[in-house]
Ligand binder design. Sequence first.
Ligand code: GTP
Length: 305
Amino acid sequence: MPINYSDHQLKLSLKNSKVLIVDDQLLSLIVLKKILSEHFNVTTAGSGEEAIEICNVNVPDIVLLDISMGGMSGIDTCLKLKNNTETQDIPVIFVTSFENEEEECWEAGAVDFIKKPIIKETLFRRVRAHITLKLQHDLLNQKVFLDDLTKVFNRRYFDAHFSKMERSALREKVDYALLLIDIDYFKQYNDIYGHVQGDTVLNLVAQTITNSLQRPTDFVARYGGEEFVVVLPHTSTEGAICVADKIKQNVADLGILHKYSEYDFVTISIGGATLQPYVNNKNTLQIADEKMYESKMQGRNKVCF
Ligand SMILES: Nc1nc2c(ncn2[C@@H]2O[C@H](COP(=O)(O)OP(=O)(O)OP(=O)(O)O)[C@@H](O)[C@H]2O)c(=O)[nH]1
């Protein structure tokens, strides 16, 4: 089912959408930028290497890529973007004056290509069409992968991304950590204060966990009713314990009264596990779950690894 933006919303999103133009010919960059910056937020890069750097820091909504450049070619730049989970969804349009490179462009993952000499109206309309599709795709993803109540990622997102991430961590031999977080005595909280207040607490805890994470690649998902899972890529056990302690403290510091709890406030129990590809490849999720249970057994408001 198509998702409809209102005209006003769409215009606003298009105006703010980020276009990256990559070309090693200054004149081409100037011409393309002049046409597109009337409608979009345009950045330029003079090489494939620079484009990759920009995309890693500030992901654009679309990339316009010259095929033949000194240094990294357009095709190699595109392949590099498509091989990185953070940048693989950026649509890439090739801009070319060559006739016989179409096949290679499609194979590299391009969504389209535009032939030189550039026709102003064609360029604008093609770019606009692809950005509109991208915005609709992002909106759909948001609806499919966000938890309605807390607005953090949902279980579906976690399941979809976790196994992919676990495989890439094993392949690249890097550590990553997983935290399972459960609100203590939440059944009693609902019973005493009511479900509406319970929902408010779930929201506050979700936001507190989110605010405790610092790296853009870290993420939190609602794993079940009152349970959250945090994924910390490229993180050692020591680092993950620091993050877990911080989350536990920040939730306790909210000071949400809970008469039933021996701590008098809402607290959380955390179980953690780290995947160390050189040492083990055990099921991190299962270990984190067992550790979380250990935290409960040790008196709650604890972190166990
Ligand atoms: N308000 C609210 N409550 C929920 C939601 N999802 C799950 N819950 C409640 O969370 C409670 C979880 O209770 P239990 O699994 O027994 O655990 P607990 O009371 O937190 O006890 P411990 O985990 O042992 O500390 C249940 O009462 C669920 O109804 C939700 O979306 N909103």
